[in-house]
Design a protein around this ligand. Sequence first.
Ligand SMILES: Cc1cc2nc3c(=O)[nH]c(=O)nc-3n(C[C@H](O)[C@H](O)[C@H](O)COP(=O)(O)OP(=O)(O)OC[C@H]3O[C@@H](n4cnc5c(N)ncnc54)[C@H](O)[C@@H]3O)c2cc1C
Length: 526
Amino acid sequence: MQNDLEAVASGTEFQSEVCIAGAGVAGLILAQRLSAAGIAVHVLEAGGESPEPRSQELYQGEMRGRMHTGTTGGRFRTFGGSSTQWAGQLLPYPEENFQKREAVGGICWPISGKDIADYYPAILNIMGADDLPYTEQFLEKVGARSFSTEEIRLRFSKWSPFSRRNLGNTLGKECLASKHATVFLHANVTSINLHPDGNRVESLSVKNYQGGEFVFKASTFVICCGTIETSRLLLASNRVQKAGVGNAHDQVGRFFHDHVTACVGHFQREDRTAFDRYFAPYYLQNTLHTVRMEASSQLQESANMLGVMGGFYIYEPEDSGFAILRQTLKNFQRGKFSFDAFSDPRKIPSTLYEAGKSAFELKIRRRRFPAANAQIDLRIDSEQRPRPDSRILLSDQMDVLGMPKVVVDWKISADEASTLHRYALLLHSFLNSLGLTAMKWAPGSLESPEFWMMSGHDVYHPMGGTRMGDTPEKSVVNANLQVHGIANLYLASCSTFPTGGSSNPTFTLMALSLRLADRLQHEQGR
Ligand SMILES: Cc1cc2nc3c(=O)[nH]c(=O)nc-3n(C[C@H](O)[C@H](O)[C@H](O)COP(=O)(O)OP(=O)(O)OC[C@H]3O[C@@H](n4cnc5c(N)ncnc54)[C@H](O)[C@@H]3O)c2cc1C
């Protein structure tokens, strides 16, 4: 069911079994699972059915320290959350990411990869992706030879089809159709209200955009508002615990991290034969697979390197039929039903030709060969060594709902720059050995870490701020995502990730959300 809080009388109180704040990736996974098990769920979504400036405006943040572009440009405050815009690239973390590693300061996760691996098939099912291996065994399946080395292991990302990327259109619709779930739109959670003894949440305070105020009560609360908003909400909820909910040990907002990335070079046409042979993406069972070159665990350990991965990104010329077709599919993901591909009659022949050619290559050759004049960039992403002074804080300025605005003090350090520089040198020799010798490397990228320190930027993967761990002195949630000391409050967000690994984070977030859904089902006796 759907309920627009703009149309509800201010002062109304609501009651459910589980109350979920945020209808993005984590929130919709939980809401769909719990409502399908017959649990009465309320989902509070700050935005509307489609993007609205008044909602997006509330994601504006103040920068202190290094510019973190994802704070304002990489979060989407609408039904479906950031899945309305994301690229749908899925890759689980390798096992070593969960383990104790010196390169990240000896930090480890309180769970292992095995604790969430059972949920991977369900995620692939949600995202409409196939179950081919992520490892170099993928090449065996397609009859190709591996070209990994001891230092560089090959991994294969899956890209979910456009039609399945926006979870608002898939799981969201299931929630709207369920008699056990009610999705409240224009429902901004502004405070988590604790019982005076501080060990239970009693309710959430919620506001609409007209000044209406509401109270949501439940036996269990899950905050799924995305990394930055989760810390902001905890810090701003300071009526009972003066430093903010779960912040008795000054941990909330700290250890904020992302992936640090830079584009290091692009291909010349002469390299295209070797590129096509090794790196042209594969297309099987409705899923695009791209080759990623990741530092092996032996290399990370022996060279004290952070998790780091290189990959190629293909940009077709903007006015090509292929690019127009892709944009049309992306519009569908965002809920804009426009047929851009056919809006300019002069481009219809090229669009149809390229669509036909791609369809042929995908179907018969199972590869996506870029156009001859496509731009192909090499990008390297590194995880960060988590540091306490890289953090999310509150500003003295208030937003229109009366909540303190967010301040993001993002830091990167010499560890990331050194890892990226050393890995760029390794990739340089590796690609040369494969015959990709004419690649144009960005000036300075192979010379020193300085290039990486200057040009490294975030990649819309905000993580940390409420990290997972065994003790309240060093973390905010436990291995079950429950806030330490608060029996009925859970956080499902990349904010709980102690380290970032080299893979994109959302696949792991989805697995953690499914695991939490199982736990809550058990708690509710279903
Ligand atoms: C362009 C882009 C490309 C990306 N590509 C990839 C990729 O290929 N692979 C990958 O792994 N990751 C990718 N990501 C990152 C991915 O989108 C996020 O990791 C993921 O969406 C996080 O899910 P979430 O549920 O924590 O947050 P979100 O999906 O952002 O959902 C948060 C929800 O909470 C709501 N909300 C926020 N505050 C409040 C409040 N106070 N009250 C009520 N509701 C609230 C929001 O409106 C939103 O619906 C990409 C991101 C972007 C922007």
